[in-house]
Ligand binder design. Structure first.
Ligand SMILES: Nc1ncnc2c1ncn2[C@@H]1O[C@H](COP(=O)(O)OP(=O)(O)OP(=O)(O)O)[C@@H](O)[C@H]1O
Length: 255
């Protein structure tokens, strides 16, 4: 979505999300929305709860309290079919999570075939099309350990996109990469964003958030401390905690 455009329909609506691990609260009532074709960047210090929020949103973690709505449906309702809901998300984590015993092509076709019932030939054709798009057409039949970190992460993104998810959840997809490989993965995320994907991404790449996100949410100690357009949150933050966080980021050379 062009930065500054009017927001479309809300796809993901997180309301008052609370998460405790045992008795330790990690999220304290988080509200957040992601609209159609929008890129929302979730920023915050290590341990602020970004990954937990993404995992709770995709029902990969049990939610302690609050609601998550996907296209208006409460997916945290105990009556929902959680596996079916999960299949509507595309999730990529920071560590490459390709199945090591499967080729890249098999990694990509697995969920479309097994979860979504796409015929094998069709899933295969789509996988090859996706691999072409992420610049890995020549790696279709390679096993993940033959790929660089950046290539593995691009394949993991292709796998997440292959199920045509309503929302792509990207959890610091570049943080485990050598610096010279970060750019190729960010370029792919940018291309997906420009192609109209709906994305919620936790990231430490502030420059990227500034260029590509439509909306930035700063999470601090499991609470939304400040949110708004990237130019405001990253350029003219109003909250002392955001200012402090960004000063540290600048000192570390990441903005
Ligand atoms: N499975 C778990 N059991 C207990 N505590 C957990 C678990 N997962 C995360 N936590 C705790 O929850 C808090 C938030 O962690 P989380 O991984 O969501 O933060 P984050 O903002 O994504 O951090 P980072 O930027 O380092 O990835 C941390 O204090 C962490 O120790």
């Amino acid at each position: 979505m062009p930065q500054g455009a009017v927001r479309g329909d809300v796809v993901l609506d997180v309301r008052g999300l609370v998460k405790h691990y045992d008795d330790t609260p990690v999220l304290h009532g988080v509200d957040l929305t992601v609209a159609e074709h929008e890129v929302v960047a979730l920023i915050g210090s290590s341990g602020s709860g970004k990954s937990t929020l993404l995992r709770c949103a995709a029902l990969l973690e049990e939610v302690t309290d609050g609601q998550v709505l996907l296209d208006g449906d409460d997916i945290t309702d105990p009556g929902v079919d959680a596996d079916r809901v999960r299949s509507r998300f595309g999730v990529v984590f920071q560590a490459f999570n390709l199945f090591p015993h499967m080729t890249v092509r098999q990694n990509i076709t697995l969920a479309p075939r097994v979860v979504h019932g796409v015929p094998a030939g069709e899933a295969d054709a789509r996988a090859l099309e996706l691999l072409e798009r992420v610049g890995l057409a020549d790696k279709a039949d390679a096993y993940p350990d033959r790929l660089s970190g950046g290539q593995q992460q691009r394949a993991a993104i292709a796998r997440a996109v292959a199920v045509e998810p309503r929302v792509l959840l990207l959890d610091e997809v570049t943080s485990a990469l050598d610096p010279e490989l970060v750019g190729e993965v960010l370029a792919l995320v940018r291309e997906l964003a420009e192609g109209g994907a709906t994305i919620l991404m936790a990231t430490h790449e502030m420059g990227f958030a500034r260029r590509v996100a439509d909306h930035v949410v700063f999470l601090d100690g499991g609470r939304v401390c400040e949110e708004g357009p990237p130019a405001q949150v990253l350029g003219e933050p109003t909250q002392p905690r955001t200012q402090q966080f960004l000063r540290r980021v600048v000192d570390a050379g990441r903005l």
